[in-house]
Design a protein around this ligand. Structure first.
Ligand code: SAH
Length: 196
């Protein structure tokens, strides 16, 4: 298969992802938008920038320029196609997770007015299914592009983001929900069901 096919496949995933995000972003702005508590707003802003430079910029370069061609490596078509299947699966989860979080979702770490604690559906076994899902994207994008440079920027960006964000997020949730969140932490894992 030629490279254009893979560009179209990656482009389709990116469009699907943005569709889902934009829908919930709009909801975020219009539904009870009062923030009760916020954590590390400055760092959150920096994290957003980090993801932009680690995920979006190199992704666009791969799609629309030949600048990352030095990072291409040989990968069988069947593996790259499997990458797309993983990506499509992860987009379906991305939607489901957003729908489950509903108005509790926010692009930054905060407690919203009328925030409720979600512990069911995708949240049943892991506390951060959306971040687990992003790890799936990472695998998917790395396989589709077959580009080690992109695989490196996206995994480093995500690793840095999650290392800072998860402890802060869990502190925020514990402050707001106390023993309920502590009990929830006891019976769940962070990112990978039953493992981590
Ligand atoms: N870390 C989660 C959610 C990411 S969205 C995941 O990976 O699925 C970030 C917002 O979700 C934070 O502002 C936090 O307040 C909220 N949040 C995180 N876990 C939650 C839960 N179990 N129930 C309700 N809101 C939650």
């Amino acid at each position: 298969m030629n490279e254009l096919t893979y560009k179209i496949l990656l482009g389709a995933l990116v469009i699907a992802m943005n569709f889902i995000r934009l829908h919930y972003q709009r909801r975020y702005k219009t539904s009870h938008p009062v923030t009760e508590a916020e954590i590390a707003p400055k760092r959150e802003k920096r994290m957003t920038q980090l993801m932009f430079f680690a995920l979006v910029v190199p992704g666009m370069m791969w799609l629309f320029t030949g600048w990352l061609s030095f990072g291409q490596f040989a990968l069988p078509d069947v593996v790259r196609m499997a990458g797309f299947v993983i990506g499509a699966y992860s987009m379906w989860w991305f939607y489901r997770i957003h729908r489950t979080l509903g108005d509790n979702w926010s692009p930054i770490l905060e407690i919203r007015r009328e925030h409720t604690l979600i512990i069911g559906g995708p949240y049943r076994y892991v506390r951060h299914p959306m971040y687990s899902d992003m790890i799936l994207w990472m695998v998917s994008f790395a396989l589709i592009t077959a580009n080690w440079f992109y695989a490196l920027t996206i995994s480093a960006g995500l690793a840095i983001m999650l290392t800072f964000r998860i402890p802060d997020e869990e502190r925020l949730m514990t402050e707001r929900f106390g023993d309920r969140y502590r009990a929830y932490m006891k019976r769940t894992k962070r990112l990978i069901p039953f493992i981590f």
